[in-house]
Structures are given as structure tokens and as C-alpha cells.
Design a protein around this ligand. Structure first.
Ligand code: SF4
Length: 463
């Protein structure tokens, strides 16, 4: 009997891409392929690309360059390039790397198995759509197709695309307008995930709190989604990313506060503390509105942890405007933040803007911003010392292999000594916090609340 063909998937970029890769893996497994440990052993090598991170394209083409020799040695190997950079560059990828077999966009990953078959006889296939094929979307949705990286926690895409037009962002150009998945489909998928032992679901979207606006034509359904997911028996933790501050409505805050399974964690990207810069970024809100939404959330939701995104060095950002950002960040007292140095993306409005900030100035601002952020992070984490935290165990800590780690309901990383064999990935334990550092907590397991609920899974290599 001929052994099944094998595949590997390399994922660049965000959680949306990581989850898309899980679904592409599900499609290939459904088509009879099995995961391989290394590209060198694989019959199909898939690249799920990003176009946001700087040098994303350079990284892809250097990786493709390494595969040219493999393809020369094993002509049957097939190479697939998909995702955001494929959506943007399309046929140019085959022109530049003629050994690529399939180029597929963000909207039609579902066509991958058919395109692989066609490429074997007809040569390279470039299939990029400018809008999702409704059938493809529905076909990709059911959870059973996704080969998930982690069996106790799952991502669930609730929406693709984005209707906003932030000046620095290429996402609307490569992922299109917002398309929300039907609420019933999401509840079916959530129940199915829980029946497989998943206890934590993170719902994904570029702008989750506008979920359902395209379905109702008016009012988002996000608050309703949170409440209905909260009624799914056995679902202990619900997280979401990424919301947009201008769409953080009172009913969403109320749903978070009144739905026990929704974790007290809110990622609210601020980007800048200057109203002139926010307007140039086309973010659609002012600092005052942002802070008002933030304090409304903190007032309503107990023990809420708030994280954010910040861009340093947006074109034209003056010293005074950066100082405004520092002041707002100090006032907001974030638990943590993802900080980015502005990098112009071809095809965005911001790439055309004058007033580039000098690298040494950006560096100096970045250092000052990190100091302010670390101070508030340390303040938040020191305040957890002496508390008991419920922790979902992930396994051996990535920081130090003598320790294990997991996440609190606030999403905070906790390192602890494994008390015994009964504690395994997916277990739920109580940890007494002994130390708070800026980026993590340390503690001792004082109780095992329950063991894992999941069953075995297929190992998937996501690099
Ligand atoms: S909200 Fe803005 S930054 Fe986020 S994906 Fe949409 S356009 Fe990009």
C-alpha cells in the first residue's frame, strides 16, 4: 500500500493565521495526507504568509530559496504559498519563485487540495479571490476540519475581514470587508469543541466587537454571542481578540461582566495617545473616548486585566505628541502592551505620508515607553502576590524547562513547579502567587481542581 502523502505548514503572523493553518491542516488530513515532522520529509510544504510584519516578504522568499534545492532533489514535492502576502502579491510569487506550485489567497484556502491535484498535471496554479466564496467559508467552518495545536484550548474565527481603514494597516486590502459567520454555526462549533474536551475558546476576528453587524445590517451581535457562548455547558473560559475601541459598546461590557465564563481580560489597542496622530491613523476615536470606555469596563468587570497595542514613530509624530502618548499610557495603567515601531506597508495610506521619524528618535521613545509600561505591569503583578489564582496548565515552561506554566483567567503567564504526575497539560489548578515580575507571575500549586477533559490528537508542526 502506498504510504499517505505528508505535509508541513509554516505560519507567519497573527493568531488568525495560526488558526487558518489549523484549518488548512484539517483540509489536508481530510484529503488523506498526514503531518510530517520536517519539510525535508514532506510531500507538501505550505507557507501561510503575513504582510504586516516588517520584511515579511523577505522572510518568505528566503524560505522559498531554501526549498529550491529540495525541489530539485525531489521534483514531486509541492509548495503552497497562501495567506495575506499571497493575497497581495498573487502571480508575482510564481514569477519570482518558479518552483512554487500553488498560490492561494486568504479567501479560498478551501481550494488547496483541488489546486494541488491540478498543479500536478497543469503546472503552477494561482487562485486568489477578492472576496470569500460563501461555500468555501461554510466548508472551512466546521471544527472537525481543524487540526488544532492545543487540545484543551481552541481558537474560533467568528469574522473575516475588516471594515475599518486604519492608515497603517494592510488587512482590509488582503482580507476584505467584514464577513461574520452565522451565530448558529459558532454555537455548533463551540459545543463540538467542548465535546472534544476543549475548556477554553478564544474567538478571533480583526474587529470582533463589530461581529454580526453585516448580518443584522445595523447592531452588532457580539454581546449576544458572548452570552450564548457563556451558556455552552463545560465551556469554562471565553477570550476574544481583537476588539476596536470605537466599537466597545455598553452591552458588550455588560455581557463580559454578567457572563461568568468570559475571562476578565480586555485587549484594547490604543495605538497613540495623541488625538492628532489618532486622526492621521484614521482610528476613529479620540483619547477621551478611549479612556471613558476603559474606565466603564473597569467599573463593570471585576479584576479586569487590560492590555493594548502601541505604535511608536508614526509619520509626523512630534515630541509633544509622543509625550501625550506617555501621559495616556501612564494614566491607563495597562497590565501589558504590544509595542511596534511604525513600518510603512506598501499599499497603505501611511506609506505615502511625509514626516518620517528618525530611527534614533524612535529608539529613544521606545525605551521611555517601555519603562512606563514595565512600571505599571510590575505594579499589577506585584499586587497579585499572596493571591490564589486559577491556572489552566499548558505544560513545560518555555522560559525554563525546570518549571511548568499556565494562564490565569486574566490571561497572565504563571510559572510553577510541577507538583506531580497528576498535573498535566489541560489540568486546572490553584496556584498561590509568591512573586510578580513585569511579564509573568511565579507561584506554588496548592490544589488540583480537575484533570484535562480532552482526548488524544494528531501532532501538527507549526513553526
Ligand atoms: S481595525 Fe484597523 S488595524 Fe485592525 S485590522 Fe482593521 S484596519 Fe487593520
Amino acid at each position: 500500500m502506498t504510504p499517505p502523502r505528508t505535509f508541513t505548514i509554516r505560519t507567519f503572523g497573527c493568531q488568525m493565521n495560526e488558526h487558518d493553518s489549523e484549518r488548512v491542516a484539517g483540509l489536508l488530513v481530510a484529503d488523506g495526507l498526514v503531518p510530517a515532522a520536517e519539510d525535508a520529509e514532506a510531500d507538501v510544504v505550505v507557507f501561510n504568509t503575513c504582510t504586516i510584519r516588517e520584511n515579511a516578504d523577505l522572510k518568505l522568499y528566503s524560505a522559498l530559496g531554501h526549498l529550491k534545492a529540495l525541489k530539485a532533489r525531489r521534483p514531486d514535492v509541492q509548495i503552497v504559498v497562501g495567506g495575506c502576502l499571497a493575497q497581495k502579491d498573487r502571480g508575482a510569487i510564481v514569477e519570482r519563485a518558479g518552483w512554487v506550485d500553488v498560490v492561494v489567497g486568504t479567501h479560498n484556502w478551501a481550494a488547496t487540495p483541488a489546486l494541488l491535484a491540478r498543479a500536478r498535471t497543469l503546472g503552477p496554479q494561482v487562485a486568489v479571490r477578492d472576496f470569500p466564496d460563501p461555500e468555501a467559508n461554510r466548508e472551512l467552518a466546521p471544527a472537525l476540519h481543524a487540526v488544532r495545536e492545543v487540545p484543551w484550548a481552541a481558537w474560533m474565527t467568528i469574522q473575516t475581514g475588516c471594515d475599518n481603514s486604519c492608515a497603517y494597516c494592510i488587512v482590509p486590502a488582503v482580507r476584505g470587508r467584514e464577513i461574520s459567520r452565522p451565530l448558529d454555526d459558532l454555537l455548533i462549533e463551540a459545543r463540538d469543541l467542548v465535546s472534544r474536551g476543549v475548556t477554553e475558546i478564544t474567538v478571533l476576528g480583526q474587529n470582533v466587537n463589530s461581529y454580526g453587524r453585516d448580518i443584522t445590517g445595523r447592531r452588532p451581535l457580539f454581546a449576544r454571542l458572548l452570552r450564548e457562548l457563556g451558556d455552552v455547558e463545560g465551556l469554562e473560559r471565553i477570550r476574544f481578540t481583537s476588539p476596536h475601541p470605537k466599537d466597545l459598546r455598553p452591552e458588550t461590557i455588560a455581557a463580559m461582566a454578567q457572563t461568568p465564563a468570559v475571562c476578565p481580560q480586555l485587549h484594547l489597542p490604543l495605538q497613540s495617545g495623541s488625538n492628532r496622530v489618532l486622526s492621521a491613523m484614521r482610528r476613529g476615536y479620540r483619547v477621551e473616548r478611549y479612556l471613558e470606555r476603559l474606565s466603564a469596563a473597569r467599573a463593570a468587570i471585576d479584576d479586569l486585566a487590560v492590555t493594548t497595542d502601541l505604535i511608536v514613530g508614526f509619520p509626523g509624530e512630534s515630541d509633544a505628541e509622543f509625550d501625550e502618548t506617555l501621559a495616556v499610557v501612564a494614566e491607563a495603567q495597562f497590565d501589558a502592551a504590544y509595542t511596534f515601531i511604525f513600518s510603512p506597508r506598501e499599499g497603505t495610506r501611511a506609506a505615502e505620508l511625509a514626516g518620517a521619524v528618525a530611527p534614533e528618535v524612535i529608539h529613544e521613545r521606545f525605551t521611555r515607553l517601555t519603562e512606563v509600561l514595565d512600571r505599571s505591569a510590575l505594579r499589577h503583578h506585584s499586587a497579585r502576590e499572596g493571591r490564589h489564582e486559577e491556572v489552566l496548565v499548558e505544560g513545560v515552561s518555555k522560559r525554563r524547562d525546570t518549571a511548568w506554566s499556565g494562564r490565569t483567567r486574566q490571561g497572565k503567564l504563571v510559572h510553577f513547579a510541577r507538583p506531580g504526575e497528576e498535573v498535566v497539560p489541560g489540568s486546572l489548578v490553584t496556584v498561590a502567587i509568591t512573586h510578580g515580575a513585569p511579564y509573568y507571575l511565579v507561584g506554588d500549586v496548592v490544589a488540583v481542581l480537575r484533570g484535562p477533559r480532552h482526548r488524544q490528537r494528531i501532532a501538527l508542526r507549526v513553526s
